[in-house]
Design a protein around this ligand. Structure first.
Ligand code: ZN
Length: 242
């Protein structure tokens, strides 16, 4: 089975459409690691697409916050403003769908999905040290995670027992006897200094992960953010990829 692995779409329809065009013919099932909405100007369109097209979906912290306003006290002012805007903009059926999404970990095939980390959907796995704590109790050889908006991840090699950073330049060969934490990157708000939409394709037969990036019409998304009255820095950061 070939999977389209999406995370952190963040209500960015232009980025999602570009990814779907770029990935056409490359996958049979789509999976989503959460943060469908929040920050971006198209929460209804993006949620409708996920509802209709994703075979496995877990919630992210922004889905939880935007659907119920639960936990927004811990958000910074920009994220809180975006969650409140999204909550008001969402159609009721989409808001209900987001509120009822389950949190990870979710098992799919021979791998698992989490938003932040296997133990905490709000945790950020940014460094080897963050990853190291996860490897000891990893139940699966392959875990897809999101939340950081940074494409790549970490692997613990059997031979050396050392964790290493995964390169996004090469196709990743997954050995399920080892531990892999893999982030497809963010479709709708990349923060790894590359503005292009990020995603991954996982082939469970060849056990290979391909990291991909594609250009999208960022000018249109930025204009929509400003016109919606969302904080202007949310438009600016899309152009910078951070
Ligand atoms: Zn996110």
């Amino acid at each position: 089975m070939r999977y389209l692995v999406l995370s952190d779409i963040h209500a960015n329809m232009e980025a999602l459409e570009a990814v779907l065009a770029d990935a056409e013919g490359l996958f049979q099932q789509a999976i989503c690691l959460g943060d469908i909405v929040g920050y971006g100007p198209d929460p209804n369109q993006v949620t409708a697409w996920v509802r209709q097209n994703c075979d496995a979906v877990i919630r992210g912290n922004h889905d939880r916050a935007s659907a119920s306003l639960e936990g927004i006290g811990s958000f910074n002012p920009v994220a809180r403003a975006a969650a409140e805007w999204t909550n008001a903009a969402l159609e009721e059926a989409h808001r209900d769908y987001l509120r009822e999404l389950v949190s990870g970990p979710m098992r799919v095939d021979d791998f698992e999905l989490v938003h932040g980390s296997p133990f905490d959907e709000d945790a950020y796995l940014l460094t080897l040290e963050d990853a190291w704590q996860q490897f000891d109790s990893a139940e699966f050889g392959l875990t897809f995670f999101g939340h950081t908006h940074v494409q790549g991840g970490f692997c613990r090699r059997v031979a050396t027992d050392e964790p290493v950073v995964i390169s996004t330049r090469d196709v990743l060969d997954v050995n399920l006897a080892e531990s892999h934490l893999v982030n497809p990157g963010s479709v709708g708000q990349p923060r790894d200094h590359d503005w292009k939409a990020a995603y991954a394709i996982y082939d469970s037969l060849t056990r290979q992960v391909e990291f991909r990036r594609c250009r999208y019409d960022v000018d249109t998304t930025q204009r929509k953010i400003v016109e919606a009255g969302l904080p202007a820095m949310l438009a600016e950061r899309l152009g910078l990829g951070r």
